[in-house]
Design a protein around this ligand. Structure first.
Ligand code: ATP
Length: 354
């Protein structure tokens, strides 16, 4: 791709006989924030390390800004990296940590001091330059690690699960800050995570990985609403799966729990009698009848969980259980276990899983 900034082309990585990354292709635009999302062991870190130059691909090519960097040493690639564990030098102060790459590059001392001050402002810790890492909280240490990675003004920022060692509240605030710093600098960034909410909330695009391959690359909206594979559909978000049987392939209808549902345009060459897995996100389903919903199924409430602003309800429909959320309405009694009910949805929201 002519204008992609980072281009990973047909990359493969094997350790001995074991191939852990294969057919990996990704084109990242300048200034884009792309997350690698996937379960443990799917190869996220290995791809990141190949981009950084810590691992050599067994096959394929990596281009940065139009230049082939596949065989370049890490220190020649102009990338900044932040790791999961705080990798600060314990015997150096915050300012010395941030200045580290600048010193190695031979930057004059006065320029180093100016850049360090800018970086400490950027991470909102301007007063902490003289502290040592052990005098900082986990979140502060990761901010310093970010400042250290950004100080030499790299072309590419690589973040390997930088938030996973932090507690939930700090994670959320720091991820928002990382995103806002990344946007303000316009730096092309790859962010590795196994946390789907994290990936959905901060990325321009997400590469969902499984078994060493990119299963789907798309915007958070596309990944969540139009998952390309069964794996993506199940890994990202909550999903209700219903079994259906094609009843009239020509007209695009499927029988679900003895009721016909129209699925025009989604049957992809299926034949009458084929069974299909149909999926619905909880938010696509309404308890009871909803005006405008063209499909409904009858069931019985099996579980009710009061969560405050919403009430999570599970409804048995035939042999399946469907989970949905209703808003808590203080003037109406909540749904009750055992209650017979319809659930309704727009047939257009049904995903056919292949
Ligand atoms: P996690 O979220 O757990 O860090 P990941 O998706 O980042 O997982 P990788 O660390 O890329 O996964 O590992 C992918 C596979 O490659 C794993 O099965 C791992 O055991 C294997 N692997 C990684 N590095 C090496 C190595 N140096 N030698 C042999 N196998 C390795």
């Amino acid at each position: 791709m002519a204008d992609s900034f980072l281009s990973i082309q047909n990359v493969k990585k094997s350790f001995g006989d074991v191939t852990v990354v294969q057919d990996f292709n990704l084109h990242v635009e300048p200034g884009e924030f792309v997350s690698f999302l996937g379960p443990s062991g799917c190869g996220k870190t290995t791809v990141l390390r190949m981009v950084a130059g810590f691992e050599e691909p067994t096959a394929g090519k990596i281009m940065v800004a139009g230049k082939d960097v596949t065989n370049l040493k890490p220190n020649k690639r102009n990338v900044g990296m932040v790791f999961q564990a705080y990798a600060l030098f314990p015997n150096l102060t915050v300012a010395q940590n941030v200045a580290f790459g600048l010193k190695v590059a031979g930057m004059p001392r006065a320029d180093q001091e100016k850049r360090v001050a800018e970086m400490l402002n950027l991470i909102k810790l301007p007063q902490l330059g003289d502290r040592y890492p052990f005098q900082l909280s986990g979140g502060q240490q990761q901010r310093v690690a970010l400042a250290r990675a950004l100080a030499p003004m790299p072309k590419l920022l690589l973040l390997d699960e930088p938030l996973s060692a932090l507690d939930a509240k700090v994670r959320v605030s720091l991820r928002e800050e990382i995103r806002s710093i990344q946007k303000s600098l316009g730096i092309t960034t790859i962010f590795v995570t196994h946390d789907q909410e994290e990936a959905l909330s901060i990325s321009d695009r997400i590469a969902v990985m499984y078994g060493g391959k990119a299963e789907q690359v798309g915007t958070p909206f596309e990944i969540y609403n139009r998952p390309a594979t069964k794996f993506v559909a199940n890994f990202v978000g909550t999903l209700n799966v219903l079994e259906g049987t094609v009843s009239d392939a020509a007209n695009g209808t499927v029988r679900v729990n003895a009721q016909e549902v129209a699925l025009k345009g989604k049957l992809n060459g299926s034949r009458n009698g084929d069974t299909l897995s149909l999926a619905l996100r909880p938010e696509a389903i309404t308890l009871g009848r909803r005006p405008g919903a063209d499909a409904s199924l009858s069931g019985e409430i099996s579980e009710v969980h009061f969560l405050g602003s919403v009430i999570r309800v599970r409804v048995g429909v035939g042999g399946s259980t469907v989970s949905l959320d209703t808003f808590n309405n203080p003037s109406t009694p909540p749904p009750a276990v055992g209650q017979k009910t319809d659930i309704s949805f727009a047939s257009n929201d049904l995903l056919v899983l292949h």
